[in-house]
Design a protein around this ligand. Structure first.
Ligand code: ADP
Ligand code: MG
Length: 633
């Protein structure tokens, strides 16, 4: 939105989310203010990578200057710091889009959800990605001068803002391509106007950057630093992943992650390996500690950078990682691919297929290892990314068993709603004679935990997995067995406990089925098409009735999910099962006058108990009131 224009200078308002982010950033990240330099250097490095990539197809973009570098300088008198690069640069539209808005989808929701306390939490803001706006932690005015590679010198753009609600933009001359960011420091930030201090920060946070980070040389003389008219490379300026593991410290791995992962926090784990064989490549893959806020956006940016023999090729190479591992960040450096590889070529490349297979295996291996050796760490991982990993059970047939081994569930044997039980744990404590892995699905954890279908399992001490995430029903369509044990819903088909039911019980059940036949027939007549069948059950101990789906029908929960998602669901009639030992049911045997009301209430409460919604709640309430009055009289 343009608010004012003079000659070629325009003032524009930041997108609302940017204003919010600026405020949060300045306050929550102040105690770690040095990271602004890491972010600006990281952007400068990305800009050099992008130029290198575009120049693969268009050499002229180098404008006779292909030595890509980043320069950090300061001016004590003007109280400014400048970070300059000769990377890709930006044109006017790009400046407005990149430095005036946050394009990532889901930002609005993310900010909306942050409570007052959370807004002060650096880690939460960090999750969002800190980026360019972190300059305002130390500066009260930021000036960006940039020109896109390949444009004329008069196509330079100056962007300026004090971090309030607006920025100004104008077209200017800029001879050299690339970007120069000048920070006018806030009061009290003057300690940053010193070469040794800046060197220290660069070494600490940006040592791994591949391009040289240049500063003017300084020497200690007569109790002070004097500048020498000579450039000096402050960082190591080599590809971290190309070095042997033994020469890389944990801190170096962590700092590099912040650059490639665009994250503020340390990673949870990483795997670094050189692979030789069908495809030759090096991979350095990271598992983040936090899910990004756009994790559920399956189109969101993918986190793998592709290099070919240390030359940056592209960001977000989605072919390198399956969708269900979209949270993995890092670098793959191929020795085989041609430098001019395009996204189209990637889709068909056999090398890429081999790399993807290898990387997938590495990540699953890393997770399996973590699950075994560092269960607490794995629990953190699961909390953040478990729901995404579940997608893998259906997406990655070849790794189905490995993925199944990584899954965690809530269960009747655990005392919280956290997903902590593995299928292996479950099988290890199966009862004698038990041959299935039982589960129940519902829309919420509480609905699952209190499902009437669990009653007989509780009585017999049989563990049941409690599934209440949206992705669970979908996953169960693919995950049908684990280590030879079928997964079985407790709310579907005939309850066949197999060897778990004893002979005396079975006899008793057959007797009851006969005895209640007239009643079940009468209820079926009364309910008509609402139910496929009414039968006596042995699933229940406390509840009078429950609904069961036929073996091949979708469960009630799945039908409701599909309906909520706007999908057409074939009408499948549930089976109403009644508990012959429940007083309400035995009483019904003798009921004449209000039989239809009783039958309807029995059906409706069974539907409610499994988390369903009544077609006609008002009539249900009326019936309940009437029956209560009857009892009183
Ligand atoms: P991110 O790096 O995660 O994309 P940033 O906030 O750090 O987010 O940067 C926003 C965008 O601004 C970058 O994606 C890039 O397009 C642009 N940008 C920032 N700094 C530069 C630079 N030095 N040269 C070119 N483009 C830049
Ligand atoms: Mg950035």
């Amino acid at each position: 939105m343009t608010t004012s224009t003079t000659a070629n200078r325009e003032t524009m308002g930041f997108q609302t989310e940017v204003k919010q982010l600026l405020q949060l950033m300045i306050h929550s990240l102040y105690s770690n203010r040095e990271i602004f330099l890491r972010e600006l250097v990281s952007n400068a490095s990305d800009a050099c990578d992008k130029l290198r990539f575009e120049a693969l197809h268009n050499e002229a973009l180098y404008e006779d200057d292909s030595d890509l570098a980043i320069r950090v300088s300061f001016d004590k008198d003007a109280r400014t710091l400048t970070i300059a690069d000769n990377g890709i640069g930006m044109n006017r539209d790009e400046v407005i889009a990149n430095l005036g808005t946050i394009a990532k989808s889901g930002t609005r929701e993310f900010f909306g959800k942050l409570s007052g306390d959370q807004q002060k939490d650096a880690n939460l803001i960090g999750q969002f990605g800190v980026g360019f706006y972190s300059a305002f932690i130390v500066a009260d005015k930021v000036s960006v001068l940039t020109r896109r590679a390949g444009e004329q010198a008069d196509q330079g753009v100056r962007w300026e803002s004090d971090g309030g609600g607006e920025f100004a933009i104008e077209m200017v001359e800029k001879a050299a391509r690339g970007t120069e960011i000048t920070l006018h420091l806030r009061e009290g930030q003057d300690d940053l106007l010193a070469g040794y201090k800046l060197r220290e920060i660069v070494k600490k946070y940006s040592n791994h950057i591949v391009q040289p980070i240049l500063m003017t040389k300084e020497e200690w003389k007569d109790g002070g630093y004097v500048t020498i008219d000579e450039d000096e490379t402050v960082n190591q300026a080599t590809a971290l992943w190309a070095k042997p593991k033994s020469e890389i410290t944990d801190e170096q791995y962590q700092e590099f992650y912040k650059h490639v992962g665009h994250d503020y926090d340390d990673p949870l784990a990483w795997s670094h390996a050189r692979v030789e064989g069908k495809a030759e490549y090096t991979q350095l893959l990271y598992i983040p500690k936090h899910a990004p806020f756009d994790l559920w956006d399956r189109n969101a940016r993918h986190g793998i950078k592709l290099y070919v023999r240390r030359v940056f090729i592209m960001d977000d190479a989605e072919q390198l990682m399956p969708l269900y591992l979209r949270f993995v960040r890092g670098v793959v450096d191929s020795a085989d691919l041609p430098l001019n590889v395009s996204r189209e070529i990637l889709q068909e490349s056999k090398d890429i297929e081999a790399i993807r297979k290898g990387c997938t295996g590495k990540v699953l291996g890393l997770l399996a290892d973590m699950a075994e050796k560092e269960p607490e760490k794995y629990a953190t991982f699961w909390k953040e990314f478990g729901q995404v990993l579940k997608e893998g059970a259906g997406e990655d047939f070849a790794n189905k068993d490995k993925i199944a081994g990584l899954l965690r569930f809530a269960s009747t044997k655990a005392d919280s709603n956290e997903e902590t039980v593995s299928l292996k744990d479950y099988i290890a404590r199966m009862k004698d004679g038990q041959d299935k892995i039982y589960y129940v699905t519902a829309e919420t954890f509480n609905a699952a935990k209190h499902s009437p279908h669990l009653e007989v399992f509780r009585k017999k001490g049989i563990e049941v997995l409690l599934l209440s995430e949206r992705v669970d029903e979908w996953m169960l369509g693919y995950l049908t067995e684990f280590e030879g044990k079928p997964l079985a819903s407790v709310a579907k088909g005939d309850l066949d406990l197999g060897a778990l039911a004893d002979a005396a019980e079975k006899q008793e059940q057959e007797k009851q089925a006969d005895e209640f036949k007239p009643l079940t027939e009468k209820i079926k007549n009364s309910l008509g098409d609402k139910v496929r069948e009414v039968r006596v059950t042995h699933r229940l101990t406390d509840s009078p009735a429950c609904l069961v789906a036929d073996e091949h029908d979708p469960s009630g929960n799945l039908a409701r999910l599909l309906k909520a998602a706007g999908q057409k669901v074939p009408v499948s009639q549930p089976i109403l099962e009644i508990n012959p030992s429940h007083p309400v049911v035995t009483r019904l045997k003798g009921e004449e006058q209000r039989f239809d009301d009783w039958a309807a209430v029995l059906f409706d409460q069974a539907l409610l108990a499994e988390g369903g919604q009544l077609d006609d709640p008002a009539t249900f309430v009326k019936r309940i009131n009437q029956l209560m009055l009857d009892m009183g009289s």
